[in-house]
Design a protein. Sequence first.
Length: 160
Amino acid sequence: MTIKVGDKIPSTTLMQMKDGAPKPVKTDELFAGKKVAVFALPGAFTPTCSAKHLPGFIQHAEEFKKKGVDAIACVSVNDAFVMGAWGDHQNVGDKVMMLADGNGDLTGALGLEMDATKFGMGRRSQRFSMLVDNGIVKQLNVEEPGAFSVSSAEHMLKQI
């Protein structure tokens, strides 16, 4: 079952590189009392993700803050080391939290998993974005396979 607007984000643990080591980030704590723009993508260092998706959120980070968004989170079914290295490579700084869903626990709980085994990529996340306010999904934008439009930073900014 896919998550929908009005649903609560499931309780899971993601990982984030901090001070050179992976640290747990509990979704209950991440979203408690905050408005968070979340976007998920099939994989770090992949073409659309690296050229468009992540850069859009980096570029528009200040606009999100001006609209009351407390944090921007990038989630991918990669490990924390890969997400940390990708964030460094993309010069993310503190604009976007690079969160690893290494086992796909959150992705699966959201019902937004995709099977990319025919591409040698295993199970991954669909490309999507959502606005979460105090743990509740307020906006949800899931892309059609191969598309990139409704999950973009620009599209999401129009919704806030």
